[in-house]
Write a protein that binds this ligand. Structure first.
Ligand code: ADP
Length: 548
């Protein structure tokens, strides 16, 4: 028997029309570096999204599910693209502006992008790529920047504001299949070619609802969220779509992502929430320690993309800012877990829950798989690889315009679950604690050492700004940990002192023998520790290693 309910497709179009009418007064504020930021209402964003869709269809000939790429910072125009492109039936493809040129070229060609919307300040990056992007017919430029960089290059160049000006502020949005492609994002491809994850209208809709639930970010139209996580990093963790559902105001930093302007925008605009990877919060902490600022408007901060050191959480608690740990991946839209503790606990009792990666929401099923493929119990002790499935979890990668979708064995189980590559334990009440990425765990004499545990312990030392631990080859043990440490300015701790400090919280056999001080931990394109680079620097003999 089928239900008697209406079958209304869950689409980005519905998110757009809802947000621009019911929450028309909510605002997207974009930092400009000028005395006043730029403000635009959701109603205006909606009207301009219609104008953009008309321009793309009528002027540039975007048709069907053609891909429209964005090479943009977080700003109001990027939000317009987020809403217009999927709603007209085309596919939004966000480009990670920090990827190496060859990878960007590979990705644009693989996705077969027809149009690139670019911020003017990013033209120095885009211009040299264009001769290698045969599918790109049009470049649409918004914001300040030198347009002459595009002179003589093949595609037609348009000015965003001129292109949309005077076009109708409403659009006869097509009724789309909720399972059709709405947006795509490529994983950064630490091994092999980058892999394209294609989100559907349905997955974005359901993921947005989850983001908005009180047990997740739980924001309303009384809130303002500072969206530091780039719109090219897993759809800014779903925030632009989720906020349009509930009228949450957005504060967009554009290209002003350094600690000083971030501190200034928090103090002046008083957002109630923010989202970013741990390195951003480390940088901001150093900034406000040197030059105190009032960050206390931020009642909650979503921190994820990499493990949040507990010491960082404690430091922000003291500033009146509560960090809430979240785990996710490009393949999971990305919300996979959030570490809101269960009800009825004191601060002290909440702490062990807060430092986990968090618990799974109703839409995400999880299991732990041991080395022999056996399923492990949720007992907080049995460690295995995390596998997940759900309505906003990828079941395959994009195979290219003429190719079949890809389901590599190392990423998808036979019964269709996503193999995350993350190793951890799950408690009986469903809280996930990740011990490491499978590829980062240190295999020493048949035992496993968690690089994350060592890093967290080291980063709790008052002299340590950042610490990254990687496995390096060892004749006797197979692998041993190498500790790379960034000291705070003026700090004096030596290796022996750091090792003694570490010995207070980790087993003796796990203590690293190899140490090096580095000026900064190398970061990936989305600001995570780039352990591949550290391992290579070690192998090349670039690092100055001290053996204790
Ligand atoms: P990339 O693999 O290029 O970093 P993603 O942004 O998809 O691309 O990264 C997903 C990975 O980031 C996860 O598989 C996990 O290893 C790591 N990660 C994300 N959130 C957390 C977290 N809260 N704690 C630890 N690791 C995390």
């Amino acid at each position: 028997m089928l239900s008697t309910m209406q079958d209304v497709p869950l689409t980005v179009t519905r998110i757009l029309t809802h947000g621009m009418t019911i929450h028309g007064k909510s605002q997207v504020t974009t930092w400009t570096g000028e005395p006043e930021p730029h403000r635009r209402s959701f109603a205006d964003i909606g009207a301009r999204a219609s104008q953009l869709a008309h321009a793309l269809r009528d002027e540039l000939g975007v048709d069907g599910d053609q891909r429209v790429a964005t090479l943009m910072w977080n700003n109001a125009e990027h939000v317009e693209a987020y809403l217009a492109i999927p709603s007209m039936g085309a596919v939004l493809h966000t480009l990670n502006l920090r990827l190496p040129a060859e990878q960007l070229v590979w990705i644009v060609n693989h996705a077969d992008d027809k149009v690139v919307l670019a911020n003017g300040s990013l033209l120095p990056l885009l211009a040299p790529l264009l001769p290698h992007l045969p599918s790109v017919e049009h470049v649409v430029v918004s914001g300040p920047g030198d347009r002459s960089l595009l002179d003589g290059l093949a595609p037609t160049v348009h000015e965003y504001e001129e292109l949309i000006a005077g076009r109708p502020t409403s659009y006869a949005w097509p009724e789309l299949d909720e399972r059709s492609a709405a947006a795509m994002c490529y994983t950064s491809g630490t091994t092999g070619d980058p892999k394209g994850v294609v989100y559907s209208h349905r997955s974005i809709y359901l993921h947005s609802m989850q983001v908005n639930m009180a047990e997740s970010m739980g924001l309303t139209d009384k809130d303002t969220t500072l969206v530091v996580v780039p719109q090219f990093h897993v759809n800014a963790w779903g925030l632009p779509h989720a906020t349009f559902m509930t009228g949450v105001n957005m504060l967009m930093p554009d290209r002003f992502l350094q600690p000083a302007p971030l501190a200034e925008m928090i103090e002046r605009e008083r957002p109630t929430h923010a989202a970013a990877v741990p390195t951003i919060w480390q940088g901001l902490l150093a900034e406000v320690t040197a030059k105190p600022r009032d960050l206390s408007s931020m009642a909650s901060v979503t921190i994820g993309g990499a493990a949040c050191p507990p010491s960082l959480m404690e430091a922000y608690d003291k500033l009146g800012v509560r960090l809430c740990h979240a785990w996710g991946m490009t393949e999971t839209s990305p919300l996979g877990t959030m570490s809101n503790p269960p009800a009825g606990l004191t601060d002290e009792q909440e702490w062990p829950y807060r430092i986990t990666q968090g618990r799974f929401p109703a839409g995400v099923e999880a299991r732990l798989v041991g080395p022999g493929g056996e399923h492990l119990p949720w007992d907080g002790e049995s460690a295995g690889e995390l596998e997940v499935r759900g309505a906003w979890i990828a079941g395959a990668y994009y195979g290219g315009a003429d190719g079949e979708d890809l389901r590599p064995e190392d990423k998808f189980s036979e019964d269709g679950w996503l193999k995350t590559g993350d190793v951890g334990v799950i408690s009986a009440d469903g809280y996930l604690t990740l011990t490491d990425r499978a590829k980062d765990v240190i295999k020493s004499g048949g035992e496993w050492i968690s690089s994350v545990d060592l890093e967290n312990a080291l980063m709790a030392h008052p002299d340590v700004a950042e610490a990254a631990v990687v496995a390096v080859p060892d004749e006797k043990w197979g692998e041993r940990p190498l500790a790379t440490v960034v000291l705070k300015e003026g700090a004096t701790a030596d290796y022996a002192a750091l090792r003694t400090f570490l010995a207070q919280s980790v087993a003796k056999w796990q203590l690293p023998e190899r140490w090096t001080i580095i000026p900064a931990v190398p970061k990936t394109s989305v600001g995570k520790f780039d352990k591949k680079v550290i391992r290579r620097q070690y192998a090349d003999g670039e690092l100055d290693i001290t053996q204790l």
